[in-house]
Design a protein around this ligand. Sequence first.
Ligand SMILES: [Fe+2]
Length: 725
Amino acid sequence: MGGVPPALAGARRPRARTAVRTPGVVGYLDSLYASPGDEVILRVSVLDPARRYRAELVRLICGETGPGGPGLKEEPIPSGLAGEHQDGEQPVPIGSYAIVDDLPPLEAVEVSILVWPTLPGRGMQALMALGPVRLVLDDAGAAALVVGAETLSTKEPLRRRTWYRVEARYDPATGSASVRSAPLPGPHMDRVAEADGKLGTGVHATGPLLIAAARGAGGAAQHFNGKIEAPMLRSGSLAAQWDFARGIGSARVEDGSPHGLHGRTVNAPKRAVTGSRWDGSVHDWRSDPAHYGAIHFHADDLYDAAWQPSLRFRLPETLRSGYYAVKLQASGPPFYVGFIVSPKKGAPRAKLAVLASTVTYLAYANYRRRMSPGPSELTMGALPTVDMTDVLLAEHPEFGSSTYDVHRDGFGVGHASARRPLFNMRPTGRFWNFSMDLCLIDWLEAQGVAYDVISEHELQERGVELLTPYRAVLTPSHPEYFSLEMLRALEGYLGAGGRFMYLGGNGFYWRVSFDPGHPGLIELRRAEDGTRAWAEQPGQYYHATGEYGGLWRRIGRPPNALVGIGFIAQGFDASTHYRRTPASRDPRAAFLFADIEEDVIGDFGAWGGGAAGLEIDCYDASLGSPPHALVVASSEGHSNAFLLVNEEMLSNSRGVDGTLNSRIKADIVFFETPTGGAVLSTGSIAFVASLAHENYRNNVSRLLRNALDRFLDSAPFNLPAAQPR
Ligand SMILES: [Fe+2]
């Protein structure tokens, strides 16, 4: 889903009365991947008052610092970046709004707007701001007109999640002013509230026009939380009417009047949301955009931190592909800015590629919910453990949230942006899945197997052509978020004889899309069903990009059809082992079990003591798992913390936990494709964390090495003759 990442067992505890500091410097790169020879732009904010920091490029090999784990392994790489630098603290302009930059001079003004507030009464929130003339919800949540230092309020707070028309007018010549809020017709109508009065004269409304915020000393302020529709402005002969139903899927705000006073949104507020006219008759915004004339703004939306570049450096031409980070160090622990170095276009170096789950890393970035006690502890059966980098995130709401969090008004965060510091792209913290995936890198290094690392973001851009040069492609522990383009590329690779290993759990689960109007941003809607941190609102299951959101399973492309298995359960208390099945004796699977005598596989590991755990997947022919696939091993003995995922159930019942339900198991599945390729899937996030056990000499390691040797051999796999099942 997955779940709440497990407690960070084994993290070192600060000693009492020792001053423990958070990282004194944070930063981000302009891209999550780069290639040798590329120029990389780093943006840094130094929080430490000394304003100095050190930077170096490091190759990341391992981050498994739990008991018995190999520990942190990183290799310093000489680069133009290395050394001590000085920089300031850079502010983060969090909060979305719309802006119309160029307005002609304004005389007496009349404004009108449709409003659906979600947090009325939580501080002053601007609806439309024209310099010193502002239409707002005041501290009490009532519609009010602010002119200079004076305020005219209706004094009747608006109800939350109710549509109102809010109007105001002001004449600077006479000081005459009025403000009014009127609920739109509905079964439970609120009262009309209005106020007329005299305010000061000579205060002139000026552009730019801000919608859902006002200009403050340091940028936009007084952010509004909720939906806004159809803002309108009249002044003298000017009349402008903005129509948010136009430009969905972009940052454009269009004026439907002949004056062409177009604007733009800032910080990616949510579009393709139901508006005042939505009545349940339309669910795809493209079929009748008039029902989707609203934008949902949040004071805690963040698309672009927009920091000034701090350092530019060129990656060495000879740099090998891999997981890398710019390691920033001031006071406190280092802050890692992780990224992928992929081979230069057209210059793959190895037969094997690791497809780094950069989209899932982004979806998990700046995950705050696990720091809230309550649900986290119930899921984990333990107190959450965090480190000082997590504490820094908790202390800085302006770095934005993850797609596992909800906004302050309770609506889910449906965007993730790479244009801000990302607190999970680091080897430390034992927070999956960036850190977890390094277990696979560490194992490949220990095995001496040559590999390239490529990223999902490149897969999105380049399609199957990215994979074609490779004989085998591996995904690490948790490729949960996938776009249609990425799925097509993987299918294309398999269709052309590629060999693919899915070494994780809960993969290919949620649909995401890339927003062409916002580079670096992904969108998702947790629609209909699924194991999920929040639920999308009715009528809003289509992305602003026009794609139908939700589980790939619900959309009709279950992961089972791609990799043979799909999500079945999650639990975070303890992992367990696999047991070989009779199918593991099938000659087709013999290569997998060469030199493995035991029936029990993976009864050890750094995450929960076993290779099968956290989030697990199983074979299901009814969801498209290939009938000829061999289930060569299945996990057993899961605890009652492992519960059947809700998308598996039509109604709730007893018998849905791991001690009672035989379907709750991770399956290791192997199958051949008709074009000489093959797929191996292991169905557990914890799998890769078992590879290092006993110095990499164990049966999980042996199984994977056996598979890899065969998958890298050019001899084609043969599809078995069809057999009745
Ligand atoms: Fe997940």
